[in-house]
Design a protein around this ligand. Sequence first.
Ligand code: NIG
Ligand code: FE
Length: 414
Amino acid sequence: MRIRYTHLAGVVGSPEGLETGALCGPQMNDLPIVRDAFVELVDGKIAALGSMTDCPESDAGWDIRTAKGQWMLPGFVDSHTHLVHAADRVAEFRMRLDGASYQEISAAGGGILNSAAALEKMDESALLDALLERLELARSTGTVAAEIKSGYGLTFEAERKMLRVVRAAQSAQSLPLWATFLGLHALPKDQNLDHFVGEAIDRWLPALADEGLVDFVDLFCEAGYFRTFDLLRLAEAADRRGIRLKAHTNQFHSIGGVSASIQAKALSVDHLEVLSDEDLSALKTAWSQGIGPMPVALPHCSLFLNIPYAPGRAMIDAGLPLALASDCNPGSSPSSDLRMVWSLATSQMKLRVDEGLAALTANAAYALGAQERMGRIQPGMEAHVLLTKPMTDYAQIPYFTSENYIAQTLIYGQ
Ligand code: NIG
Ligand code: FE
């Protein structure tokens, strides 16, 4: 496969293949751009790019694609999703509009437990079909790779079923996927908290990891759900198997999840809607020591639950990196559309256009440990990119909040 895109309005990328680190603070607003550009893709990777004035003359052996007026951007990497689920939760949506809060619905046995009951009844092949449809939809709005969590199983067998569905989807389609074990998502009814935590960490995790089903672990570190010492215990058990933690923390309360995640050498800390000054300075210290977890904001969850947005502007101004993800799930964020996330990041979190793009690409790849593979358009990277419709400025993607101006999403150049 040798494909040469020519006459692009521009490419957000660099002819040199040097950069793979997290983009911090002002670096997020300083993305490399080549205007009036060509890009060469060879065997699923970015081989070369540059200005049309430097475009090779010979077409022999190349599949030439004239992309007049179109932009090529790194595709969106969705580092936090719950894309395996059985059903929507529209009944709870109505309940919230009648005045119940997300936490009240949860406490009454709805919420995550409701999704777990539905998942219990659905078999692997039906779950896989639903997942494949959701991945196609995500791809149509620019997503090129996704992390997918368990957490609607809450028994060993059902958690295993979810993770096996992710692995089956990896073989059935081309988007790169990661599977995260989120057994500690909610406490099933009538279970003892300490006993449940022990089962998930000491029995389920080893068995699931031995079966090759676990790329990352996660837990919901939140008042009324799981505690910071559960987080430390989970991360320690995972670390013995070379598996990193990505933690749900600080969604409703700041209970020490950020500091515990730093101590546990987490790869990312996700949600962060309620971030105290101490949490922010703990992140700053960790990043100054080179041991920081990637902060991941989930603005569509804030929109849908009408809760505060993570203070992304403050984090970037403090010199931190930031990633953005969809959190696609039936309870708090029923959308996988990362164009919408980019729009919300700009209009609600006050990120600049390029900061939003950096957060959805290079930094999102970092939140999966995939920064050497994807998230940037530069020689050597896998060719997971998107092509816009003809437009003067790629800011039109977040500017138009609902029309789809993405023409094509390429995975391994296809
Ligand atoms: O990231 N907050 C915890 N987990 C999900 C929501 C799960 C659900 O409500 O089904 C989240 O928002
Ligand atoms: Fe989530």
